[in-house]
Design a protein around this ligand. Sequence first.
Ligand code: AMP
Ligand code: ZN
Length: 131
Amino acid sequence: MCIFCDIIDHKIPSSVVYEDDEVLAILDISQVTRGHTIVMPKVHTPNVLEADDETVRTVFSAAARIAALLKEKTGASGVNLLNNCGESAGQTVDHLHVHVIPRYGENDAIQIAFNPSEPQDLAEVLQTIKG
Ligand code: AMP
Ligand code: ZN
């Protein structure tokens, strides 16, 4: 059972921002900022790592278009596009989705901080990634 599949099948009501044959975009029930939208493929796939390329392209392309729509219509000054993949990354619904979050300035309710961690040896990191 997947709550987003039930939303796609209209078994659970939602506030639809955009819909076509491949994707559904709805207002997140928990609005972190005004207009916060989640964009999902209609085909069930758990996350971005398990999705096929075409699904990834379709969902992220739709998310970019919805970002432009939200920015224009809400008067937001910026937009965050966020995909949580895996529990440790904050994913709570195992159906691929992209959060599109309009931003209204420093005092809105979302904080994304890139805090410095311990220094990393970039050559060693590259070796790990590229082998
Ligand atoms: P994530 O934590 O990235 O998996 O995001 C899941 C999101 O789905 C959360 O922001 C929830 O607020 C949202 N959500 C859960 N149930 C519903 C629902 N019935 N309608 C709209 N959004 C939902
Ligand atoms: Zn699903």
